[in-house]
Design a protein around this ligand. Structure first.
Ligand SMILES: [Zn+2]
Length: 333
């Protein structure tokens, strides 16, 4: 067992890097291509100062009398009015991001992630993190990084103790995606807070009923912890999550068998953890990497020297300074 990140959520995690080689699925002429082309066109319109407003379809692309229309060009050229509207939306969105970043005290505006991959990367269990017969039994993969070449990281937030309304506002104003792993004993006093979170587009996932050290429990009790939480999630939020994170990052074969039995398909851990006043890294290079999953917790001044927004500020300032965008984990699963 190699060095471990020093925190309570990391017992039993061994070292061993698996950077999964060439795994980033390149997007061809998919959404990115179209979006990119539109952006170029929109920039052209912006640069032209939107001259000729109100021209609608026609103008440059209307063929002269007796001339055949350029069949290749026609479908590519959207109406000028639509382009102007698109450019206006781009400009407004960027202005909103700049204003939100300033309002929340960020050093820089967070980078926009690329479009979700058209083909999902193949997720496999990190080397050294397998249980007996992991693949043969088709157990959910355990991983700390998503194989991608995109310069993105994923923010995951665990437990659910702190329920700070300012955090919800901050994340939705900044449009930064994240994924929550919830433990019932911490959220049952206020399921509504996480309903709001879900309504803002956040995926809520399973982190057991009572946050036990699972390997100490029998298969039956592990199943109660994991599958019991699946039922709570279905009752409260309408879906049984496909994603589960074992408390403290500790699991054994029974954990993954139990999770699989009630619909769990992925068991992500993390490669870094961010606190309100520092970062902790799993890898010896003490750095971020494309596709890294970052852990933090719903904690506030009771446990930290700061608030959830203080922690997010620390997280985003580093991620942006290193040239990474924050992407949605579920888009890559
Ligand atoms: Zn936890």
């Amino acid at each position: 067992m190699g060095p471990v990140v020093q925190n309570d959520d990391n017992r039993g995690c061994s070292q061993g890097s698996r950077r999964c080689g060439r795994t980033g699925i390149r997007r061809g002429r998919g959404r990115t291509g179209i979006r990119g082309a539109l952006a170029v066109l929109a920039l052209a319109v912006l640069a032209s100062g939107c001259a000729g407003d109100g021209g609608g379809v026609g103008g440059a692309i209307r063929p002269a009398p007796g001339q055949q229309p350029d069949k290749a060009a026609l479908p590519e050229a959207p109406p000028a009015r639509a382009l102007h509207a698109y450019a206006d939306r781009l400009r407004a969105a960027q202005q909103a991001r700049v204003a939100a970043a300033r309002r929340w005290g960020l050093r820089k505006v967070p980078l926009t992630p690329p479009a979700p991959p058209a083909h999902k990367p193949e997720i496999t269990t990190r080397k050294g993190f397998e249980v007996d017969d992991h693949e043969e039994l088709g157990l959910p993969p355990v991983f700390t990084t998503i194989p991608t070449e995109d310069k993105v990281v994923f923010l995951t937030i665990d437990d659910g103790a702190e329920k700070d309304p300012a955090f919800l506002r901050m994340m939705s104003e900044l449009k930064v995606p994240y994924t929550a792993f919830l433990s019932n004993y911490l959220i049952k006093g206020d399921y509504g807070y996480f309903k709001k979170m879900r309504d803002l587009g956040v995926t809520l996932n399973n982190h057991t009923l009572h946050h036990p050290y699972l390997p100490a429990l029998s298969y039956a009790r592990q199943k109660r912890e994991i599958c019991g939480m699946q039922e709570v999630m279905r009752e409260q939020y309408g879906v049984r999550p496909a994603v589960f994170r074992p408390p403290f990052g500790n699991y054994d074969q029974d954990t993954l068998r139990a999770a699989k039995s009630c619909g769990v398909r992925y068991a992500p851990l993390w490669d870094e953890e961010v606190f309100v006043d520092h970062w902790e890294y799993r890898e010896p290079d003490q750095d971020l990497h494309p596709g890294d999953i970052v852990l933090t917790h719903f904690r506030g001044r009771g446990e930290w020297k700061g608030t959830m927004p203080d922690m997010v500020r620390r997280f985003l300032d580093k991620v942006t300074a290193k040239g990474y965008a924050v992407a949605r984990l579920e888009d890559y699963l």
